[in-house]
Design a protein around this ligand. Structure first.
Ligand SMILES: Nc1nc2c(c(=O)[nH]1)N[C@H]1C(S)=C(S)[C@@H](COP(=O)(O)O)O[C@H]1N2
Ligand SMILES: [Mo]
Length: 202
């Protein structure tokens, strides 16, 4: 049944396609649990890096979030149910140092996206392991992908392997290639040339 609220939930310039595209740059990595880890490094409160093994990461608290998904190429996938570890649980397990206002989310093969700590530390930002009650498929980011649903989907890094706490903001993969540093779909913050003072790294 069509959902009548979808139209009002759609940010400007977006449309709902048929089907659900899969988009990423480069290859789909293979998951080897015994070799996998997720590191939290950079400006941590302790000064130390924390590395979660697969069993350790899997044991963190879980949430379920229903959210829409907006790609800067203008398609939106509405009403996804993501299950996984809330970003807040990672921040609680590994507190950032005072002064951290941005984080870099790192995927396999060097893909990265920077987000403001305020955007990371939202109830709806999570490290998803399930989509619509099924484990994520390999091409959608298995075993763990970031979901930052209120920002354009290039920030929702698949195959996450690290989170870096930043004392100074730095551009990630697409942000270095001309995309907006913040990426709010409601403000149509698509490209870097639209950035206002203070929205990008100094
Ligand atoms: N590691 C990684 N994550 C990524 C990308 C990528 O190239 N590499 N592309 C991003 C972009 S631009 C989009 S639109 C979404 C697509 O997610 P989907 O394949 O589940 O639709 O993944 C994002 N996460
Ligand atoms: Mo995208």
């Amino acid at each position: 049944m069509p959902d009548p609220t979808e139209e009002t939930r759609l940010p400007p310039g977006q449309y709902v396609p048929r089907g659900r595209p899969v988009i990423h740059y480069g290859r789909v990595p293979q998951f080897r649990p015994e070799r996998w880890s997720l590191s939290v490094f950079g400006a941590t409160a302790s000064g130390e890096e924390t590395r979660f093994s697969w069993p350790q990461f899997s044991a963190l608290p879980r949430v379920s979030v229903i959210a829409d998904f907006h790609c800067v190429t203008k398609f939106s996938i509405m009403g996804n149910e993501w299950g996984g570890v809330p970003a807040a649980a990672l921040l609680a397990a590994v507190p950032p140092a005072p002064g951290v206002a941005h984080v870099m989310i790192w995927g396999e093969y060097g893909y990265s996206a920077n987000v403001r700590l305020d955007d990371f530390d939202r109830g709806t930002t999570l490290f998803a392991m399930e989509l619509d009650d099924k484990p994520l498929s390999a091409e959608r980011g298995h075993p763990v992908r970031a979901i930052v649903p209120h920002l354009y989907a290039w920030k929702s890094v698949k195959w996450v392997r690290a989170v870096e706490y930043l004392l100074e903001d730095r551009r990630g993969f697409w942000e270095e290639r001309g995309y907006h540093n913040v990426g709010d779909p409601w403000g149509e913050q698509r490209y870097a040339y639209q950035e206002e003072p203070g929205e990008g790294p100094a």
